[in-house]
Design a protein around this ligand. Structure first.
Ligand code: EPU
Length: 407
């Protein structure tokens, strides 16, 4: 049973584009509430290869100075998919980028055609060599009307970051409206960009000639907050989450409440209180403000403890659910209807197993499964989990979990 207080970190998916946005200026960009996660380390190393000086103190990062470098280090870009986020700012700033296909979690096909379509709409030319994409706009970028066939989060962010320094007006239609897109827009606006409509599916950007330095606080991570709420609920615990943003968690809190988690909210706090009568609840992912795909795996473990049958449908990724066979070996009753849909029958008693974390969200789900399983579970490849959750072992331990990181 988890109990106590825990602080939620800054949003992974907000801090990564905000770090990339620092490439848009030579002046100092200070980001606060930066989580101590591996993806931030990898992104910082990428920025460092562009000559940026990076200083880290507690949970803030200061970035200054950028120069042109070709191509971007392949070993670094292969570490995380969000490395693609340097494309927009570098193109806007220097008119040329050479980059290999980005790495990242293997949860689906994850193409990058929307990034290129969007940048082409601003006048960029894209050439593919054997190993790299060469993206250039020798005469500079010019604003345009862009319709994204898929409302990709990082494609929206890339086009937005390229367009802030383009000549004239850009309109992005079918833009992603996630909370992290809004956070990036807020940062860019404070740097002097002219952006309207972030948070809706139509974003307009009026290009400016340069951007300046800024201090910006990264929004709290709504996925981490919900994941910790689920961990508290399945263990029957009571936990106070600090540094959260319940007001903007919309569908996430609605679904967790439907599922029977009892909690109250106050300013930046969410208090989860036992007891929980967990009930089967269907979820269907979509782009924000609908249920986020990144919460599908933690929601699955919640449903293994709920009474009844729930349908979990993730239309976005065809590889998200393959790890659920590991939960089945622990005693969960999950039937895969097809790669996008699972049926979960609960409640099930789980027992410990030796597991391997295949990706960030599935890995964190395994940690929660281990908390309620009888016996001691070992999870390998926790580096996946550390990409997005800061010191999760220490924080869960502070709530009473028996968890230990071994080398
Ligand atoms: N898509 C395209 N073409 C593109 C880009 C995307 O068709 O050029 C489609 C994909 O096939 C998929 C959907 O759009 O159906 C989402 O695409 P993608 O995986 O490219 O999303 P992303 O923008 O790279 C961000 C988050 C992900 C999150 C998705 C969806 C960041 C850094 N990453 O990725 O976060 O799952 O949006 O909300 O913001 C995570 O945090 O665990 C994570 C994977």
């Amino acid at each position: 049973m988890l109990s106590g207080e825990v602080s939620v970190g800054g949003s992974k998916n907000a801090v990564l584009p905000c770090l990339a946005a620092a490439l848009l200026t030579d002046e100092e960009v200070v980001l606060e509430n930066v989580p101590g996660i591996r993806d931030v380390e990898s992104m910082s190393e990428i920025l460092h290869t562009f000559g940026c000086a990076i200083e880290r103190t507690d949970n803030s990062v200061t970035i200054s100075g950028t120069r042109e470098v070709y191509p971007v280090d392949d070993a670094l870009t292969s570490r995380l998919r969000a490395s693609i986020l340097i494309l927009g700012p570098l193109l806007g700033r220097f008119g040329r980028v050479e980059i290999a296909h980005p790495g990242g979690d293997i949860i689906g096909k994850r193409p990058i055609d929307m990034h290129f379509d969007g940048l082409r709409g601003l006048g960029a030319h894209i050439e593919q060599t054997n190993s790299h994409y060469v993206v250039s706009a020798e005469k500079g970028l010019v604003g345009g009307e862009i319709f994204l066939e898929e409302a990709s989060v990082t494609a929206t962010e890339n086009v937005m970051m390229a367009a802030v320094l383009a000549q004239g007006k850009t309109v992005i239609r079918n833009a992603a409206s996630e909370l992290h897109v809004v956070d990036l827009a807020d940062l860019l606006i404070s740097m002097g960009a002219k952006i309207e409509g972030a948070g809706t599916n139509r974003i307009t950007i009026e290009g400016v000639s340069s951007l300046s330095g800024v201090k910006h606080r990264i929004r709290p991570d709504e996925i981490e907050a919900a994941t910790l709420m689920i961990a508290a609920a399945v263990t029957g615990g009571s936990v106070v989450l600090k540094n959260t943003d319940p007001e903007n968690m919309g569908i996430i809190l609605t679904k967790l409440r439907h599922a029977g988690i009892s909690f109250s909210t106050e300013h930046d706090r969410i208090t989860v209180t036992a007891p929980h009568e967990l009930v089967a609840t269907n979820v269907h992912t979509n782009v924000w403000p609908a249920f986020p795909t990144d919460l599908v795996s933690p929601f699955t473990i919640l449903m293994t403890q709920a009474a009844g049958m729930s349908l979990i449908h993730d239309w976005m990724y065809e590889g998200r659910f393959f790890y659920t066979d590991k939960l089945v070996t622990m005693g969960a009753n999950i039937v895969m209807a097809d790669p996008h849909r699972i049926l979960v029958y609960g409640p099930s008693k789980l027992s410990a197993k030796n597991l391997e974390s295949p990706d960030l969200r599935a890995g964190m789900t395994m940690v929660i499964a281990a908390l309620i399983a009888e016996g001691t579970t070992t999870i390998e490849h926790v580096e996946h989990i550390e990409r997005g959750y800061e010191k999760i072992d220490e924080r869960l331990r502070s709530l009473g979990a028996q968890i230990e990181r071994v080398e």
